[in-house]
Write a protein that binds this ligand. Structure first.
Ligand code: LLP
Length: 463
């Protein structure tokens, strides 16, 4: 299969039947507040502004492509999550969605905790002053060196992902003369409604320890027996970009059942449960995400109910939203280059970035919106595919969208909701220079992650 030839085109850029697309928006100049960050609006000249600054000025000062992050929106979303869950719960921002030292400082100031899943993320968190006790350390294959650093730093919790790791962490903690606070990550057998690659709680995958066949119960037995570990709770993460709360409900129920079994067997009531991240955001006008307060209420109701039924004290809940906090707060700004109308099909609009700054479309078939942002236009809608400048036909940023038919090279277009998993998954493919992240707030814009330069490329290539 992988060796067989196939005609160029259909496999890489499938031609969809007519009528597949949703109709163009009634007004192509309108900015749907569901997908744009909160301070985005159009100024009197029709140009998009964020934090009070027009995109033309941003493009001139910082270049394109670039990610512009609406700092006040980011902070407001942090506060909304913290307020929704209240003082009896903990919100851990998932740094994998996007992490930088400025972001760590904002999280710290807004009272959030931080979930890291690599030595690099841990270093960034500590360097920017996040107190170690507010950090949770995740990962299915943490190295011994990473565990050593986390234990030495005194991270608030390490989430144990395997039987081997239970022993590894216990041994390292003992060597350091400490009892490390840990949780055990269990896979609850829920398959969240999401793309196959990012669903994690069904059993045939690499994360966690299955509830099935008493495996999680055995992991608890071992963790409780080791001096180097203080088992504080159980963790479950069921997937990402999820809209349906049903998966979380089943997961919460199963985790509470495990707590009851632990109480019955060991006489201890573990004080915490972590229900992971995974809450969906709007990438297009068709998506309808839940608000943090609805999510908090749904989760706390189900945990309280299940605990009452099992006669357990209600544990402290924690959650780990990444995308839901940072995703909607940024857009990617591109300059339009080549425009290629393909008669009877669609118009290909090439931009100065592509799969190196947003791999999600190629990787998950993700959907995005796009708008002409340097001006408004009265022209009719044109069906477009926004593509990058990389050397492969799968280099698609927005698969199907409508832009004004008078679009021209040099126009600026923006793709909203690129705050999560775009810069953090960016690559140097074709020796592309990864774009900067610019924080915008109250009329001021400042680079928080600078653009890569050709010198950066040459510095890594030792010749
Ligand atoms: N907690 C754990 C243990 C996780 O593994 C993840 C994400 C999160 C929290 C945060 O999930 P969020 O709230 O951001 O959905 N690259 C994919 C997403 C991978 C998510 C991996 N784990 C994407 O671009 O859609």
């Amino acid at each position: 299969m992988s060796r067989s030839a196939h005609p160029a085109g259909p496999r890489h850029a499938d031609v969809l039947p007519e009528g597949h697309y949703s109709a163009p928006a009634a007004d192509l100049n309108a900015l749907d507040e569901k997908v744009w960050s909160r301070t985005v609006t159009r100024d009197a000249d029709g140009a998009l502004t964020v934090g009070g600054i027009a995109v033309a000025r941003l493009a001139e000062e910082f270049g394109t492509p670039a990610y512009f992050l609406d700092e006040s929106d980011f902070r407001a979303r942090c506060r909304a999550w913290a307020d929704a869950f209240g003082p009896d719960a903990d919100v851990f921002y998932a740094g994998k969605a996007f992490l930088s030292r400025a972001v760590v400082r904002w999280l710290k100031e807004e009272g959030l905790n931080l979930d890291v899943c690599s030595g690099g993320e841990l270093t960034t968190a500590l360097d920017a002053g996040m107190p170690a006790e507010r950090i949770a350390f995740h990962g299915n294959n943490k190295t011994v060196a990473e565990i050593e650093r986390a234990v030495e730093a005194g991270v608030g919790r390490i989430v144990l992902d395997s039987f081997q790791e239970i022993v590894r962490v216990a041994h390292i903690a003992q060597r350091h003369g400490v009892r490390q606070r840990v949780q055990i990550r269990v896979t609850v057998g829920v398959e969240a409604h999401t793309h196959e690659f990012i669903a994690t709680a069904h059993e045939d995958q690499k994360f966690g320890i299955a509830l099935a066949d008493g495996q999680a119960a055995e992991a608890v037995r071992r963790a409780l027996s080791l001096d180097g570990l203080e088992l504080i709770g159980v963790h479950s993460h069921i997937g990402s970009q999820i809209f349906d709360m049903a998966g979380f409900e089943v997961s919460a129920r199963r985790v509470v059942q495990l707590l009851a079994e632990i109480r019955d067997e060991h006489g201890v009531e573990l004080p915490e449960i972590d229900l992971g991240g995974g809450l969906g955001i709007a990438y297009t006008s068709e998506d309808d995400p839940r608000e943090p307060h609805e999510i908090a209420k749904a989760l706390s109701d189900i945990v309280t109910r299940e605990c009452e039924a099992a006669k357990l004290r209600t544990p402290r809940i924690s959650v780990e939203p990444g995308r839901a906090i940072v995703g909607p707060t940024a857009f990617t700004l591109y300059e339009v280059g080549t425009i290629k109308p393909l008669e009877g099909l669609r118009t290909y609009v090439s931009v100065d970035g592509g799969m190196s700054d947003n791999i999600r479309t190629a990787l998950y078939d993700a959907e995005y919106s796009v708008a002409l942002v340097s001006r408004t236009s009265d022209a009719g809608p044109m069906l477009v595919r926004v593509v990058g400048k990389h050397c492969e036909s799968g280099d698609i940023v927005v698969k199907d969208a409508f832009l004004p038919a008078d679009l021209a090279p040099g126009d600026l277009i923006a793709v909203p909701a690129t705050g999560a998993y775009c810069r953090s998954m960016a690559s140097n493919y074709n020796h592309a220079l990864r774009p900067p992240v610019v924080a915008v707030r109250d009329g001021e814009a400042r680079v928080i992650v600078r653009r890569e330069t050709e010198e950066d490329l040459l510095r890594l290539d030792v010749g």
